[in-house]
Design a protein around this ligand. Structure first.
Ligand code: FES
Length: 98
C-alpha cells in the first residue's frame, strides 16, 4: 500500500444510492443522478479544480439527495438540479478559502 495526498483541493461526493425497497435513499428521489451529471458538467465547464464523484450511502438518507464537500466538511441536503448554481457559488467560496 502507498499513501499520497489528494490532488484535488475540493472533492464533491454526490450520493446516488438507490434502494428501491421503500426506505429513504437519495437515488430513489429521482433527482440524485441528474444532480451528479449536471453538477459534474457545470463545474468542468467552469474549469474549477474540483472532482465530482458519485457515491453510495453517506448516512443521512432521509435528508437526501446528499452532496458533501471534502475536506471542507460542507454538506448540502435535499438537493435538486435547481440548486446547482448555488452549489457552484458555494464551491467557488470554499476554493477561495483553501
Ligand atoms: S442513500 Fe444517500 S445518504 Fe443514504
Amino acid at each position: 500500500m502507498q499513501t499520497t495526498k489528494t490532488p484535488h483541493p475540493l472533492h464533491i461526493l454526490v450520493c446516488t444510492n438507490a434502494r428501491h425497497d421503500g426506505t429513504p435513499s437519495c437515488g430513489d428521489s429521482g433527482e440524485a443522478q441528474g444532480v451528479f451529471e449536471q453538477l459534474k458538467i457545470r463545474l468542468k465547464e467552469a474549469k474549477l479544480p474540483v472532482r465530482v464523484s458519485r457515491t453510495g450511502c453517506l448516512g443521512p438518507c432521509a435528508q437526501g439527495p446528499n452532496v458533501m464537500c471534502y475536506p471542507q466538511g460542507v454538506w448540502f441536503q435535499a438537493v435538486s438540479e435547481q440548486d446547482i448554481p448555488e452549489i457552484e457559488a458555494r464551491v467557488r467560496e470554499m476554493l477561495m478559502d483553501t
